[in-house]
Each structure stands twice: as structure tokens, then as C-alpha cells.
Design a protein around this ligand. Sequence first.
Ligand SMILES: [Zn+2]
Length: 199
Amino acid sequence: MRQPMVLRLHASGIPIDWLTLEEAAVLMTRPSEGGLVWSDGEGAHRLHGGTSSLTGCQSYIDIPEVMGVAPPTHAMLAFEHTGFNRMLCKYREGLRCAYCGDLLTRQALTIDHILPRSRGGRLSMLNAVACCQRCNSLKGSRTPEEAGMALLLKPFVPTMAEVLYMTRPRHMTPRQLWYLKAQFRNASLRDYLSEALAA
Ligand SMILES: [Zn+2]
């Protein structure tokens, strides 16, 4: 997500998703459809439209950084990421190996079953971590205890706010971050990712 995005929240503050500026403009021009209740960071972006043949003036619309909507636009309000997602697993670890802490690309990271598959371990957000190829091979089909390899983080199931943070646009603003952080539930995400961001 390279272009600026708008953070959409339920009016009560629960995050829903990231919108493109164009999607946000639709909500601004047709508020009855999107249930727009409030916005914050007004005028952060300006989208230009067509030029009026009568006045010669070009139309525009100012887009905020954050939009609060009601009623819920879709079922994602109840979203808790209970399934497994490779990309989120890697972002959850801050793109670091969960065993040695090395910072890697998404492509270079592998997925390790903490309790090995051969021992009945399921592929879930709680039983999987992202790690480097070397640590994955070293651990093999052993538990971390058996292999003498400590996990640097406690795996967790991310909340919607945490998912939106992990998949954040490149140009996420401090204001958008403030709204998301208010909804973080997993302390390890705070510590681990703030360290990853500082690196
Ligand atoms: Zn490693």
C-alpha cells in the first residue's frame, strides 16, 4: 500500500479497514450510504474532479485521515483473525526470526510449527512463528524446549486493530496510529514492533 490511505473506524472507535482516497471520497459525497458520522485530520488530502463548463472551476473534495462510520458497514467488525495467515504471521514477528531475531524479507522468512506437525501440531496463529531458514532447519521436528531454542515472542491471535497496523500503508500518519494503538490487545505486539520500527 504505497499511496496514502484513510483509516475507517466504527463511530465507537473500533477499526474496520483501510480505504483508498477514492473509496473515502465516495463516502464523503454519499454519506447516507457509508453512514459517515465523524472524521479527524480533515483536509489531509485533496482529490480533484472535473472542470465545470459553466464556471470554469475545477471541483475538489478534501479527504480526512480518519473516518468514523455507523452503522457497521460489514461483518468485519466482529473479525478476530482465528485462522492462519502466512503474511500476518511474518508481520506479527516484525519480519524477524522468532528464534534468533534476524531481520529478513517476507520472502526469506519461513514458517515453523512450534509443536511440530509430525507430533500433531496444527497450523494456527498460536502454533506457528516466522523464522529464518537456518533456525527452522536447526530446530527440525523438535519442540523449542527440546532444541534448546527460546522463542523471542509469545505467539498471539491479532485483533483487527493489530491486523490493520501490521498491514499498514507506507504513509500511515501519527493520528491513524493513535487510533489503532488504542485498540491493541497484545502487549508483545507493542514491544516487538516498536523495536522493529526503531531498527
Ligand atoms: Zn533465525
